[in-house]
Design a protein around this ligand. Structure first.
Ligand SMILES: [Zn+2]
Length: 207
């Protein structure tokens, strides 16, 4: 008899979109997924409800066999996370503060829920299933609206003392340089993020 397959639910909770997926734990293969815009402006309850709906949509699209077992739910959220409590402490892009996400999803789906910072869990994903396989020390750099990174050290996520070790976007690369979204000047993010590159290209096109 073939071994029963095990699955997990993965949720990407971002400022632009929420993406829920059913994943085969052995291979990392995404069986099915569902996504919608976050609509953070509609508030915390809306974001929670939409996350649940998308998870249900991904589950029904996956159409798993009766005996398939889903062992856990993992969330990567774009914000500051209390990993132990499973709480999104502060996420300005999500319009969310002190959101008890592990509780909310645990009650809904009856599975253990782990919540982490989106960039960190993405680095962990690369370590287990992607480009980081076989490497115990690496930095996973993400360039988007801003710039973030996840650090894997000795095979484990390295959050740093305050959980912000991967916040490389605000390293100053140009003293007294461009103003950054954080209020400081000369941050890496003010030059090399998608947002900054778009601004530079527009300036070149207009000159
Ligand atoms: Zn900055």
């Amino acid at each position: 008899m073939p071994k029963q397959k095990t699955y997990a639910i993965g949720i990407d909770l971002g400022g632009t979109k929420i993406l829920a997926a059913v994943v085969d734990i052995t291979t990392g293969e995404i069986i099915a997924s569902a996504r919608k815009r976050t609509r953070a402006e509609k508030g915390q309850d809306f974001v929670a409800k939409r996350t649940i709906e998308l998870t249900q949509a991904a589950l029904s699209a996956a159409n798993l066999p009766q005996d398939a077992s889903i062992i856990t739910v993992g969330v990567g959220a774009a914000g500051q996370i209390d990993r132990k409590a499973g709480v999104v402490v502060d996420a300005p892009n999500l319009g969310v503060k002190n959101m008890q996400l592990a509780d909310i999803l645990g009650r809904q789906f009856g599975k253990p829920v782990r919540v982490g910072n989106d960039v960190e869990v993405a680095a962990l994903g690369e370590h287990i299933y992607g480009s980081g396989q076989g490497f115990n020390n690496f930095v996973c750099l993400f360039v988007g609206t801003g710039i973030g990174s996840g650090i894997v050290q000795n095979g484990r996520l390295y959050p740093g003392l305050t959980g912000t070790a991967g916040e490389v976007g605000h390293i100053v690369i140009q003293a007294g340089g461009r103003i950054c979204g954080c209020g400081a000047r000369g941050c890496l993010e003010a030059y090399a993020s998608r947002t900054a590159i778009t601004i530079s290209l527009k300036a070149i096109a207009l000159s």
